[in-house]
Write a protein that binds this ligand. Structure first.
Ligand code: URA
Length: 279
């Protein structure tokens, strides 16, 4: 590729020796990263920081770095769904990122949530497809407990309503989330979808979306700490849709939670792997 060195199919690199899709090299961004799906949401996130600068964009992967309350931080968009999330997390791990919080929107399956409320995902049902390419479906998709703790602390500090959630990640927005092809219900709609949402509601699943399980499993297998804070943009029980300030809240919570985590890390109070201290 460069200087006569061949690029390898097993680990392709950019001309600057960076990771292929994100176009980033070790040291380009700090190890605490917020992961929105949409590239344009990186701007919304960075607006809350003291200072920020655009780093690079390739396809759906846009990167901004900066400081939030003096803490070095970055945001990288993952795109929609499992495959692009897998690429993003694998490549972030290669450049030294160890802690990520997904921010995104979600459909809610429990009536007591209002539009704009936040859900901190504790675990996720693995219907994403992508995580199965890493490990069997018996393996759980769960958030790092310390990241959950930091997200709860951030929500409490900012005074936002939130619930701890059991998420359901699917590889489809329409049919896989029981949305008929046509609004009047005509067109392809398999019978196995008839009870999907009500069964999930009855099982205590809080919400449905398209990235969290992939990110939890892939991140865990790369020895990273993962979490997710999702804003309720649709309620599938009451059939309502609307942001209601949720995007703004979730982005601020994610920045604040990473600041709290870096503070805990710096003080060495909490073991990265949640191990018991040596007695
Ligand atoms: N994202 C989803 O995947 N589903 C919704 O209903 C809302 C956001």
């Amino acid at each position: 590729m460069h200087d006569g060195v061949k690029n390898k199919a097993g680990s392709p690199k950019t001309a600057q020796n960076g990771v292929w899709h994100l176009n980033l090299s070790h040291g380009d961004i700090p190890p605490y990263v917020i992961l929105p799906g949409a590239p344009e949401r990186t701007e919304v996130i960075a607006k809350k920081w003291d200072h920020s600068e655009f780093v690079t964009q390739n396809r759906e992967f846009k990167t901004i770095r900066g400081t939030y309350q003096e803490m070095p931080i970055a945001t990288v968009s993952t795109g929609i769904g499992g495959p692009s999330s897998e690429i993003c997390i694998n490549e972030l791990s290669k450049i030294g990122v160890h802690t990520c919080i997904r921010v995104g929107t979600t459909g809610c399956l429990q009536a007591q949530y209002d539009l704009g409320d936040l859900i901190i995902a504790v675990a996720a049902v693995r219907k994403d497809g992508t995580s199965d390419t890493y490990i069997g479906s018996e393996y759980p998709a769960y958030a790092h407990p310390i990241v959950v703790m930091a997200l709860m602390t951030a929500c409490d500090k900012l005074g936002y309503r939130y619930g701890l959630g059991l998420d359901y990640t699917t590889a489809s927005f329409y049919t896989g989330q029981a949305r008929p092809i046509h609004e009047d219900g005509t067109g392809y709609y398999p019978s196995f979808l008839n009870n999907l949402l009500s069964d999930l509601t009855q099982a205590g699943v809080t919400n449905i979306e398209m990235e969290t399980a992939t990110q939890f499993v892939v991140g865990k297998l790369h020895d990273m700490r993962m979490g997710a804070v999702l804003s309720v943009i649709s309620n599938r029980v009451t059939d309502e849709w609307g942001d209601a300030g949720g995007e703004e809240k979730s982005t601020l919570v994610a920045s604040e939670a990473l600041r709290i985590l870096s503070d805990w890390d710096a003080r060495g109070e909490i073991d990265f792997h949640c191990k018991m201290p040596t007695l």
